[in-house]
Design a protein around this ligand. Structure first.
Ligand SMILES: Cc1cc2nc3c(=O)[nH]c(=O)nc-3n(C[C@H](O)[C@H](O)[C@H](O)COP(=O)(O)O)c2cc1C
Length: 370
């Protein structure tokens, strides 16, 4: 094993059950919990004690990445999702992180700004913000049921600086709340992705146009977070393959390789790539996998996600495509997922109908194996 937890080339194959060093955090296994929005916070976006119980139940993950957590009121457009801009929210998260640590776990906070995906119901009629004045397709989940999105306002240069500072503040709050680090949510069609990909970014200034400009918002955000809490506590999630909420790109290979190379030079703790695989039941890829190119461009710890089971995850490690694999849906119904994968015991099936409901049902009532 090298100092950063990677096996020395030509020696034993890395196993899902080997430790890996992720910046300042040592993960005891390579089975990470992917970020999962579960809508169990309050209407003021304050984390609840039930969330502490849920995350503590999953403390055997090599590393938990929390559900997407809003950096500001302007950035939040999902019912009962948590935030990390107010004192109450920080206090609520402190209960969660303490419970995870007491159960022997590690937890990063996923920092979220939804950009144009915030419907007017969440903003008292104000407009959402994005890279450009575009409108998200489809309908938003709101407290009043499904509602249409409105056209976003393009962020001014001052507006961009303010949002970058909100990421910085959120990172500071995350450490105050006891998180081991943060993951910047750059995936799935939200604000960072709206800047990255050409279908949502029509700017003509230093944040738009050519690829080198479209990655600037991601890089400035990451630099601010790194400056605030350190590169060894900073991770990033990207989703290069497939369209999310109408956000897509003409040249994703070039774009995401450039982003990965730039993030590599910042020396962040890890990069997580959500890339649907052909057999995935959730999302579909729209081109061959991009992660092999990202693996070459990014020198740090690479985490792959989407549609993995124990066998395909181990295969990806054995082929050295990734240093760790994150699991989303399997962790919902299997709080002790690492032990199930280790022992080869069957996985519990999940109930989609309780993904975003409130309360304990379908949340904290999935048992661990005896
Ligand atoms: C209920 C649910 C909530 C999710 N919430 C988030 C989220 O908050 N942030 C995020 O980046 N991805 C989110 N995702 C995507 C997952 O992190 C993951 O990419 C996806 O489930 C595919 O991985 P899997 O095949 O292991 O489930 C969510 C997925 C599900 C099913």
């Amino acid at each position: 094993m090298t100092a950063d937890g990677r096996p020395v080339a030509g020696t034993v194959m890395p196993s899902l059950f080997d430790p890996v060093t992720i910046g300042a955090t040592v993960a005891p296994n390579r089975i990470l919990m992917a970020p999962l929005t579960r809508s169990r916070a309050t209407r003021s976006a304050v984390p609840t004690p039930l969330m502490a119980q849920y995350y503590a139940q999953r403390a055997s993950a090599g590393l938990i990445v929390s559900e997407a957590t809003a950096i500001s009121r302007q950035g939040l457009g999902w019912p009962y999702a948590p935030g990390i801009w107010s004192e109450d929210q920080v206090a609520g998260w402190r209960v969660v992180t303490r419970a995870v640590h007491e159960a022997g776990g590690r937890i990063f906070c996923q920092l979220w700004h939804m950009g144009r995906m915030v419907a007017p119901q969440f903003l008292d009629g104000r407009r959402s913000v994005s890279a450009s004045a575009t409108i998200a397709p489809g309908l938003a989940h709101t407290y009043d049921g499904k509602r249409a999105y409105a056209r976003a306002r393009a962020l001014s240069l001052t507006g961009i600086r303010n949002v970058v500072n909100e990421y910085r503040q959120a990172a500071r709050h995350a450490v105050l709340a006891g998180f081991d680090g943060v993951e910047i949510h750059g995936a799935n069609g939200y604000l960072v992705d709206q800047f990255l990909r050409s279908s949502a970014n029509r700017r003509r200034d230093r944040y738009g146009g050519e690829i080198g400009n479209r990655i600037n918002f991601l890089l400035e955000t990451t630099e601010a977070v790194v400056e605030e809490i350190g590169r060894d506590r900073t991770g990033v999630r990207l989703s290069p393959n497939g369209a999310y909420y109408g956000v897509n790109d003409d040249e994703p290979e070039k774009l995401f390789v450039a982003a990965a190379a730039a993030l590599s030079s910042l020396g962040i703790a890890f990069l997580e790539i959500r890339e649907p695989r052909p057999e995935d039941t959730f999302a579909k890829p729209d081109r061959p996998p991009i992660h092999p190119l990202i693996r070459k461009a990014f020198q740090g710890v690479l985490v792959l996600n989407s549609g993995y089971d124990g066998r395909s995850a181990q295969d990806a490690l054995s082929r050295r495509e990734a240093d760790a694999i994150s699991f989303g849906r399997p962790f919902i119904s299997n709080p002790d997922l690492p032990e199930r994968l280790r022992s080869g015991k069957p996985l519990a099936t999940r109930d989609i109908t309780t993904w975003y409901t409130q309360g304990a049902a379908g949340y904290t009532d999935y048992p661990a194996l005896a």
